[in-house]
Every structure is written in structure tokens, then in C-alpha cells.
Ligand binder design. Structure first.
Ligand code: UDP
Length: 482
């Protein structure tokens, strides 16, 4: 990707290289793509992020400090043609309340961005486009201009390989019930899953299945794939991805580590609904390594009764906690029926509830925090790994059940809460006793201590990977010079 006639010095090697970064417009996809654009610009690349006007203010906030430091990074916009596909203007981001019809229309609007992308490429002449795997059609747009497209995968090699081997070899068709385990074929490690844990798009023929197949095919036609992971985290699966599935890939993560400063960490995603001061002050008052952080990503929508079970489980575990709650629509203003009576009074000083958006990376990296109850979204998983915390895994949708296996069975830094069913919206599937038991398991006793040691070791390796000479740093150099 480097321009001809340049020296080996990284900064000058890439000084003329201009790259477009085009994420899918949802938090779980924009956050790592922005981090990646920042990372590339810190290595001398001119990075241009493509945003929708709706997301532009948060993109600009996230890159403000990088710009001030003198790195070449900016934002251009494309407008989703929502009206053309029959969607209201407020439907700028998909969420769990959208009907299947709305979701299909949203995907149509996304696909219709091709002409706007062409116009931007004509105007700005980038040398390459790095686009979200959810935008497979961008490989053809890039080809029109004779420039390479790299796909960006916001997940693990482990999950990519597990899903692809399941899709290709269909082991779930040879079992008699949804709960009967099967071994994932042609996949290292004798990993078992059940049909109930598989995403709909793998086990059924859904609209998303067609897109998924298109994504996989477009990756093979792309210049390669960039992964937010690091070699030492999942070496067997990194090799499998390349050697067995035939993908040319580079690992450049954890990309979140480009946010060294507190201000950077605060500006990721959305403005936090709790002041940094009050949150950090609360954590400062806790003993080192004593707090459990509970958050289920940007999209997971719990029912009031499930939240009630979590509240009771946390109280019974007797561990100090910070719990992020994305309000359920059924909760009326001022009548939070998901909280047991008198809960917040009882939890004064023991638990902090954040309603809305939390500064997750800042919290996870606080010395008081050593446990994380997570839905296993890949960003959260990697953030937990980088922070060196032990995890209670509570997968819900997407590829999260695969990430759970990586955390609990391969890395052995967490325990499952016992979620059994893949679903888009969370139901009443996990009782308070299970929450209590899993939280105690990661925080108290010999097993917890063993996990703590492994988690801390892994976080050190993660940090080394992005330092000069580290595996991800070298992989990025190799990509820029390829
Ligand atoms: N996040 C955050 N505060 C919140 C909720 C989420 O900062 O209150 C961030 C989190 O740090 C992560 C991203 O949002 O970077 C969620 O991505 P992930 O892949 O974990 O899950 P998704 O939201 O895509 O299901």
C-alpha cells in the first residue's frame, strides 16, 4: 500500500498515503473504526472517516484530540436515503425496537450509498478504502477506481472461523434437538456449541444470511481483511483463518489502545450520562480489585423482569458494582419497576447504577475494577481483555456465543452465566441465583484467583502487541508497506 520510492521510516513511508475508513453506522462498528483511523493517522497516514450527518458530531468529538496533536485525520459525510426507502428521518441507527421490515429497508438505504461513495472517491482520490464487513458492495466501488478495498471485521478470528465452519459444514443439521451439543467441524480445539446458540443467519435462510454470504465472498475478492485482534490472543485461530479459510489478514489491535489519554477514553462513542468525576470518585473510594462492572453493550435491550433478576443477583453476591442500564421502553418515567423496592437506598456506597451511556474503557481500566459481566460483543471482550479483568459471559446475539467460548474455554479468564438461547432481544432467561453464583465465581476463591492471574498476564501481552516491535505494530507496518 505504500507509495513508490519511499524510505523505510514509517512516518515518511506513509506520508502520502490517503485512506478512507467507512464504518457501518452503529456504535459497535463506528467506535473501533474511529480508533483504527486514529491509529493509522498516528503512523503517518492521512485518514478520512466516512460518517452520516447524524453521527458526524460524535465522530468529530472523538478525533478532536488526534487532530490537535497534529495528525492528519478528518471526516466526510454520506446521507442515508431514508425517505427513498420509506423510513422516517429518525431511523438513523438500527436498534432492537426496529421491525424486520424496517431493518430490510435500512439495509436498502445502506446499499444505496454506493454513488455517494463513488463521488467521494472521485473528489478525494484515496489510495485505498477500509470498509466495514457489512458493506460488501464497496469492493466493487473500489474496483471501479482501481484501488484496493480492505474489509474490517469487528470480531475475533475464533468467532469468524467458528461461524464459517458451521455455515460450510452444517453440523447443526445432524442433531436431534436445539440443546444437543455438536463439535464444530474442521475447527481446532474440539469446541462444542448447540443449535440454540447459533445465530439465525447461520441456521436459517434469513435476509441477513444472503448479506452474510455476500460479505464472505466479498472478503475473498478484497485486498485482505483487517482484524481488531492480536496474534498472541488466538494464534491457532489466526492461522486457521489464513491457512484453512484462505483469508489474507492483518491484526492491528487492540485498537482501543490508541486512546492513551483520559479525554480520549471519555470521547469514545457517546457523551457519558454520568460525569467522569462522580464515576471515578466513586471508584476511587473502593478497594483495589473489588468492583464488578456490568454492561451489555450499546444495543442489548433487557426486559424489566430480567433487570430485576440482575439487581437481586448483584445484591446477593455482596460484591461492589457499577451497573450500566439501558432503560427498557416499558419503564415509565419515575416508575422503575425493574428495581426491587428500596434497592438504591440499600446499595448506597455498595453499587452505582448508570442509566444510559457509561465511559466503559475508563471504568474497566480503573484499579478498583477486576470483574466484568459482559454480553461478549467483541469490542467489550477486547476492552475487558486489555484491562485484565475476569468476566462473566452473558452472550445474547450476533457472534457473542462464539466469543463466550473463547473467553471461558480457550483463554479461561471467565465463566458463563448460563445463557442458552441466541436471540435479538433478551428475555427472562437467567435467574438471580445464576447471576449471584457467576459473579462470586469470578471474584472469590482459588478459581477466581487463577483467572485473575491469567487475565492480568493477557492484558500485558495485549499492551505489548501495539508497542513498537509488538505483533500488531509490526503487522500494521507490514500492511502499510505491502
Ligand atoms: N460502550 C460504552 N458505554 C456504554 C455501552 C457501550 O462505552 O454504556 C461501548 C463499549 O466500550 C464498546 C461498544 O460501546 O466499545 C460496544 O461494542 P460491543 O462490540 O461490545 O457491543 P455491541 O454494542 O456492538 O453489541
Amino acid at each position: 500500500m505504500a507509495n513508490e520510492g519511499e524510505t523505510n521510516d514509517t512516518k515518511s513511508t506513509t506520508s502520502k498515503l490517503h485512506i478512507f475508513f467507512f464504518p457501518f453506522p452503529s456504535k459497535g462498528h463506528t467506535i473501533p473504526m474511529i480508533d483504527m483511523a486514529k491509529l493509522f493517522s498516528s503512523r503517518g497516514v492521512k485518514s478520512t472517516l466516512i460518517s452520516t450527518p447524524h453521527n458526524e458530531p460524535s465522530f468529530l468529538r472523538s478525533i478532536e484530540r488526534t487532530q490537535k496533536l497534529g495528525f492528519d485525520i478528518g471526516v466526510v459525510t454520506v446521507k442515508l436515503p431514508l425517505e427513498k426507502v420509506g423510513l422516517p428521518e429518525h431511523c438513523q441507527i438500527l436498534d432492537s425496537t426496529n421491525s424486520p421490515d424496517m431493518i430490510n429497508k435500512y439495509w436498502m438505504a445502506i446499499r444505496m450509498l454506493d454513488k455517494q461513495l463513488e463521488k467521494l472517491i472521485k473528489e478525494h482520490c484515496p489510495a485505498c478504502v477500509i470498509t466495514d464487513t457489512f458493506l460488501p458492495w464497496t469492493v466493487d466501488v473500489a474496483a471501479k477506481f482501481g484501488i484496493p478495498r480492505l474489509a474490517f471485521h469487528g470480531t475475533s478470528h475464533f468467532a469468524m472461523c467458528a461461524l464459517e465452519c458451521t455455515r460450510l459444514y452444517k453440523p447443526h443439521l445432524n442433531i436431534s434437538s436445539d440443546s444437543e451439543p455438536f463439535v464444530i467441524p474442521n475447527f481446532p480445539g474440539e469446541i462444542t456449541m448447540t443449535r440454540a446458540q447459533l445465530p439465525d443467519f447461520i441456521k436459517e435462510d434469513t435476509e441477513f444470511s444472503k448479506l452474510y454470504i455476500e460479505m464472505m465472498e466479498s472478503e475473498l475478492r478484497s485486498y485482505g481483511v483487517i482484524m481488531n485482534s492480536f496474534k498472541e490472543l488466538e494464534p491457532v485461530y489466526t492461522d486457521h483463518y489464513r491457512d484453512v479459510l484462505g483469508r489474507r489478514s492483518w491484526r492491528v489491535g487492540p485498537v482501543l489502545l490508541c486512546n492513551q489519554d483520559t479525554e480520549d477514553k471519555l470521547q469514545r462513542g457517546t457523551r457519558a450520562t454520568i460525569g467522569e468525576d462522580s464515576c471515578l470518585k466513586w471508584l476511587d473510594s473502593r478497594e483495589a480489585g473489588s468492583v464488578v462492572y456490568i454492561c451489555f453493550g450499546s444495543r442489548t435491550d433487557f426486559s424489566a423482569s430480567q433487570l430485576h433478576e440482575i439487581a437481586e443477583g448483584l445484591e446477593a453476591s455482596r460484591q461492589p458494582f457499577v451497573w450500566v442500564v439501558k432503560k427498557d421502553e416499558s419503564v415509565e418515567e419515575g416508575k422503575e419497576e425493574w428495581l426491587p423496592q428500596g434497592y438504591e437506598e440499600r446499595m448506597q456506597g455498595k453499587g452505582l447504577i448508570i442509566r444510559g451511556w457509561a465511559p466503559q474503557v475508563l471504568i474497566l481500566h480503573h484499579k478498583a475494577v477486576s470483574g466484568f459481566v459482559t454480553h461478549c460483543g467483541w469490542n467489550s471482550t477486547l476492552e475487558g481483555i486489555t484491562a485484565g479483568v475476569r468476566m462473566v459471559t452473558w452472550p445474547v446475539a450476533a457472534e457473542q456465543f462464539c466469543n463466550e467460548k473463547l473467553i471461558t474455554e480457550v483463554l479461561r479468564i471467565g465463566v458463563p452465566v448460563g445463557a442458552k438461547q441466541w436471540m435479538v432481544k433478551v428475555g427472562d432467561s437467567v435467574e438471580s441465583e445464576k447471576v449471584e453464583k457467576a459473579v462470586k465465581r469470578i471474584m472469590i476463591g482459588d478459581e477466581a484467583e487463577e483467572m485473575r492471574v491469567r487475565a492480568i498476564e493477557l492484558s500485558k501481552i495485549a499492551k505489548k502487541a501495539v508497542e513498537e516491535g509488538g505483533s500488531s505494530h509490526s503487522d500494521l507496518t507490514a500492511l502499510l508497506e505491502s
